[in-house]
Design a binder for this molecule. Structure first.
Ligand code: HEC
Length: 162
């Protein structure tokens, strides 16, 4: 084949392969492409939450340490939650947790319930988890909250008891 013809053939082939712009993809962008993990909505299994990196880290920590008391079912079966008095809030309970500041959540998770005059059955994690890990688990709880969590328009005071 003459080199000219070969060039022409290649050009035609390239055009054909590129589709000449005739077919436009109608596929929806896959939300999972930008998510590190998903968590089903605990109050509506048909709905999924797509988790960013920090929230996905928090999920891992939550299912390791917290699920036993802050969920109704665990990877090992029914949870301990209903045996506790007071009964710990479900981790997705926005009506209980949305009004509490990140500072407050950080405090109770770091120092334990007794440090903030809550049940001492809430263990302190300040020596088990780093502050980044505690922030990640808070991010996970915020991400799965129902009703959804709205961050405050302005950051609250640095120290708060609620
Ligand atoms: C052994 C059971 C247990 C485990 C494990 C546990 N918690 Fe708790 N948690 C409690 C109890 C009990 C309370 C206090 C409820 C009260 O006094 O109203 C509580 C309270 C809380 C609160 C405050 C909620 C409120 O309504 O004031 C947060 C936030 C929290 N826990 C997060 C966590 C996180 C995050 C983990 C894992 C790192 C965890 N808990 C592990 C039992 C537990």
């Amino acid at each position: 084949m003459k080199p000219r013809r070969l060039c022409l053939l290649l050009a035609v082939l390239a055009l054909a392969l590129s589709g000449c712009g005739t077919k436009k993809s109608t596929a929806q962008p896959d939300p999972l492409l930008h998510a590190y993990d998903v968590e089903p909505d605990w109050s509506n299994p048909d709905h999924l939450f797509y988790l960013n990196y920090q929230q996905a880290q928090g999920k891992r920590i939550f299912y390791d340490k917290c699920v036993w008391c802050h969920a109704d079912s665990t990877p090992a079966g029914p949870s301990n939650r209903s045996n506790l008095n007071p009964m710990p809030a479900l981790a997705n309970d926005g009506s209980a947790l949305n009004s509490l500041s990140d500072d407050y959540l950080r405090n109770i998770i770091t120092l334990g319930g007794s440090a903030v005059s809550k049940s001492a059955m809430m263990p302190p994690y300040g020596k088990t988890l780093t502050q980044d890990e505690i922030q990640a688990v808070i991010a996970f709880m915020r991400a799965i909250a129902q009703p959804p969590y709205q961050p405050p328009a302005r950051p609250g005071p640095q120290y708060s008891t609620r």
